[in-house]
Design a protein around this ligand. Structure first.
Ligand SMILES: Cc1ncc(COP(=O)(O)O)c(C=O)c1O
Length: 367
């Protein structure tokens, strides 16, 4: 009897590995590895999630009507063109399932989010990346990679793991340079943290009608990564397609209820954003003062580049990671992104950031 085999290409996919959350022998852990909200979930969202347990025997509203209406009201969008999913990962995957297959190319930026190549390969398509400049997506390099097979382009803005972003004008230039039949997906998972004037989440481009989709998540500033909730804002035709292929009940009732409550807790979001503004700036300043490189970040994390020994790209970053672990601090290794000499650190609570910077200093002094 022979083993069943998956479609060609599936076994070439390296599974996504999430942030580590425990360390052997360490009781007190400071987890700065998954860009989660430093304050946890909003207490209102937590209460709504718990309340939803009473109706666990009921199927959810498969259309997420109340949630889509609330998202639309808050963001000035059309509810009919919002599609909700189990995290924005699901929207990314549905877009690939629906629009690409063997022979198609899916374009993304060199250090773009790993789920883009994974979802492209899962759909049988070929992922293609364009080089970045100074760890920032490069519109001209992306446009140069476009050919007759290009069907989809994913751009995380701000990007994870680099933290860098393209201005609204650059996004517009990118869309203008693409054929009309190429879908541009602007992944704005960190939009709520991006406070600079020239930043745009991409919603105007979606409304502009040019085959642009914006994806968003409840996993970052809304603090609901464990509930799995995200959404896409799409042209009507694309929303219709995604609604045809998604699971009929792809968002659970507790996730929906928690999301609704989180949207209403503006004070919590404002507090999280203000905290991030302060401690992102502080952490970057401290890291630069230690003589390490770190690109400017518009998200809730920073990428730190460590010096490299000849022929040993990752030696110092590896040693720094091990040292942080020995202090109970978990950050994210970046080898899967081709950034072996880097670590990514999420902005946590004040004492967590002081501990992380203190440990980095100690590491460099003894290195
Ligand atoms: C850029 C980017 N897009 C999408 C996601 C996926 O988020 P979700 O939890 O909504 O699936 C992440 C999560 O880290 C991310 O960094």
């Amino acid at each position: 009897m022979s083993d069943p085999s998956p479609r060609s290409g599936i076994l070439d996919i390296a599974p996504y590995v999430g942030g580590v959350s425990a360390l052997e022998g360490q009781k007190r852990i400071i987890k700065l590895s998954s860009n989660e909200n430093a304050f946890g979930p909003s207490p209102l969202a937590q209460a709504a999630y718990t309340q939803a347990a009473e109706d666990l025997h009921r199927y959810p509203d498969g259309d997420c009507t109340e949630l889509r209406n609330a998202i639309a009201d808050l963001n000035g969008l059309e509810a009919e063109r919002i599609v909700c999913g189990a995290g924005s990962d699901e929207i990314i995957s549905l877009l690939c399932q629906a629009y690409v297959g063997p022979g198609d190319e899916v374009l993304y930026s060199q250090h773009g989010f790993l789920m883009y190549p994974i979802s492209a390969k899962a759909a049988g398509a070929t992922p293609v990346f364009a080089l970045e400049s100074d760890l920032t997506s490069d519109v001209d390099a992306l446009l140069e990679k476009v050919n007759e097979n290009t069907s989809l382009l994913f751009l995380a803005n701000p990007n994870n793991p680099t933290g860098t972003y393209l201005s609204g004008d650059e996004l517009w230039r990118l869309r203008q340079g693409l054929r009309d039949d190429i879908i541009l997906v602007i992944d704005a998972a960190y939009a709520e943290y991006a406070t600079r004037d020239d930043y745009s989440s991409g919603k105007d481009l979606v409304d502009g009608g040019g085959n642009v989709v914006m994806t968003r998540t409840f996993s970052k500033i809304y603090g609901l990564g464990g509930a799995r909730l995200g959404w896409g804002y799409c042209p009507a035709g694309i929303a219709d397609v995604l609604n045809r292929i998604r699971g009929p009940f792809n968002v659970s009732t507790p996730a929906m209820e928690a999301g609704l409550a989180a949207l209403g807790d503006c004070g919590f979001i404002d507090k999280a954003r203000a905290h991030n503004d302060t401690w992102l700036a502080w952490t970057r300043e401290q890291v630069l003062a230690l003589g390490l490189e770190t690109p400017p970040s518009a998200g809730n994390f920073i990428l730190i580049k460590f010096p490299v020994k000849p022929g040993q790209n990752s030696a110092i970053a590896d040693a720094a990671d091990a040292f942080l672990n020995s202090r109970g601090i978990i950050v994210r290794r970046m080898a899967a992104y081709g950034l072996e000499d880097c670590l990514r650190i999420t902005i946590g609570l004040e004492d967590e950031m002081r501990a992380a910077v203190g440990a980095l200093k100690e590491f460099l002094e003894q290195a």
